[in-house]
Design a protein. Structure first.
Length: 496
């Protein structure tokens, strides 16, 4: 079988792994369901074309296993459905029909919307599983696995997604290695194809040319697969912000800081990042509720994240991020939200740019992120985006310089520093004793419930420092005056 042979002869280790995994899913589905119970949803797009050839190879290998037949593959027995739409590109239509003829496919053309079309199809046929060319970066892939039942409200069938974990790069590696035909639009700068109303060539493939007609390079030359959908008109470029919404219930935003690291707990490494974060968060008006240090252990991280995320508006976690065995933070965050870690194509591209020469494996463990809850926060100053999982921000910094940069970007990208009214503060130093200040301070607290009163000392015998914090400077001044009135003049020194 030519596809199996081409991949067998390829030296691309990663492609072989992706191919073998996809074939495993296909042969598994063909063992679970009879040939009459499966269908292939084909639309002439590149992902669909990959799946067409994988299904041809998978069916051939499945047959060979069952009957030890060694023959070729002249026709394709899997029922193939195409939802034909008047707003499809003529090139897509033409390619779909052509491919059907070339590979002996009997096309079922459906001219209804997806849902009604599927309802009618399932009523008339014993179909229980449908193969789709959905990939993890597609907007519709969120929450899907290789085998995912159709959504509530849709007719009941199993969605089988053999190329769910394939990247843009994998798709082109496969089509080129197998030397199969694909829709001509992909040679004219189109990288992802929807309808004629929402799809244009990808501007990143534009070639500077003196002639009046704009020219484009072929889709396989797009070096950054994250930008595959740059030629699709965006429906709504929404940047979710979890700091909005529920969290505005209380006036002051609450934060929690979690450090992950056995080395901090054993005293081998000093945790300076926690201190830095507390200072920064306080300076922009947040109230840090708790800092904690957790072992490099998935369950410990998950329990702490779960606890803090429900109490606080935002949780900041650092340490344990990377490819080492001890880097369990993202797995812990995923577990806290009850989701799995899944390959993230967009993040993988960033890592590939960053560590391309060292990236020898066929799987990049660092590119696995909590599925369906992760938002990547891009900033031109950062080589890798910040990771935000709902109200948990995962920081990759390992020292204060790196953290400073991440913090700056974070405050620019989110409303961390902008949405709250800043806290004003004043510090007073006195050499009065604890006993002398204790009662007047308690009374002051009752008189000024809106002012936070804190005290600390640098040594047992040394002076006491009193902090007054609040939203209104005038109120702080009134509290300071009220406190001074309770004592002789000059016992408090303003430290501000
Ligand atoms: C065979 C098939 C099965 C589908 N099953 C589901 C489903 O179970 N749940 C769902 O929300 N959408 C389902 N869809 C719709 C797709 O998720 C998606 O909305 C569709 O591919 C349109 O994408 P577009 O809006 O980018 O054109 C299905 C589509 C097809 C072709
Ligand atoms: N009109 C359709 N008819 C049949 N199947 C469809 C249709 N639209 C989408 N699908 C199914 O959904 C899958 C995902 O669609 P998607 O548009 O993301 O990929 P593609 O069209 O194969 O490639 P591209 O990303 O380049 O457009 C397809 O591979 C196909 O299985
Ligand atoms: Mg498409």
């Amino acid at each position: 079988m030519e596809i199996d042979k081409a991949i067998g002869e390829s030296e691309d280790k990663r492609l072989k792994t992706k191919y073998n995994n996809a074939i495993f899913i296909i042969t598994r589905a063909l063992s679970l369901y009879s040939i009459e119970e499966v269908a292939f949803s084909f639309n002439g797009g590149k992902d669909s074309t990959v799946l067409l050839h994988l299904l041809r190879a998978g069916y051939f290998l499945h047959k060979k296993e069952m009957s030890s037949s060694n023959g070729g593959l002249s026709s394709f027995p899997v029922r193939t459905i195409y939802f034909e739409s008047p707003s499809a590109f003529t090139e897509i239509n033409a390619f779909t029909y052509d491919a059907a003829q070339t590979y002996g496919i009997q096309l079922d053309i459906i001219r209804q919307d997806f849902k009604s079309g599927l309802e009618a199809l399932l009523k008339a046929n014993p179909i229980r599983a449908i193969f789709l060319g959905v990939r993890i970066g597609d907007p519709t892939a969120v929450g899907q696995e290789q085998f995912s039942p159709s959504s509530p409200g849709w007719p009941p069938f199993m969605r089988v997604n053999p190329i769910l974990d394939w990247s843009y790069r994998d798709v082109w590696a496969f089509l080129l290695a197998c030397k199969v035909k694909y829709c001509s639009l992909y040679d004219q700068g189109y990288t992802s194809i929807g309808s004629i109303h929402d799809t244009v060539p990808n501007a990143l493939l534009s070639v500077n040319d003196t002639s009046s007609k704009e020219k484009f390079k072929p889709a396989y030359l797009l070096s950054d697969g994250r930008l595959e959908r740059a030629g699709r008109v965006k429906k709504n470029a929404s940047v979710k912000n979890d700091i909005d919404g529920d969290s505005q219930k209380h006036e002051v935003l609450l934060a929690s800081v979690i450090a992950v690291g056995d080395e901090i707990l054993s005293g081998t490494v000093e945790d300076r990042l926690g201190l830095y974060l507390c200072k920064k968060l306080t300076s922009v008006g947040w109230s840090v509720q708790q800092t904690s240090v957790i072992r490099n252990d998935i369950d410990s991280v998950s329990e702490e994240v779960d606890r803090q995320r429900s109490i606080c508006d935002m949780v900041f976690i650092y340490g344990g991020v990377g490819p080492l065995h001890s880097d369990v933070t993202l797995a812990g965050v995923a577990k806290a939200f009850g989701v799995r870690l899944a390959p993230d194509e967009e993040f993988e591209e960033y890592l590939r740019h960053l560590i391309s020469e060292q990236c020898t494996g066929d799987r990049n463990e660092m590119a696995q992120l909590p599925e369906g809850i992760t938002e990547l926060l891009h900033h031109e100053k950062l080589s890798v985006p910040l990771i935000k999982c709902r109200n948990v921000i995962v920081l990759a910094a390992t020292n204060t310089e790196e953290l400073e940069k991440e913090w700056e970007c974070l405050t620019e990208l989110t409303k961390l520093g902008g949405s709250t009214s800043l806290m004003e503060s004043k510090r007073l130093m006195t050499s009065l004793t604890d006993v002398e200040v204790a009662e007047p301070l308690s009374k002051l607290g009752l008189e000024f419930p809106d002012i936070y009163l804190g005290c600390y000392r640098k040594s047992r015998q040394g002076p006491i420092i009193i902090c007054l914090k609040g939203k209104d400077n005038a109120r702080i001044d009134s509290a300071v005056q009220a406190l001074c009135k309770k004592f002789k003049e000059g016992v408090f020194v303003d430290m501000k």
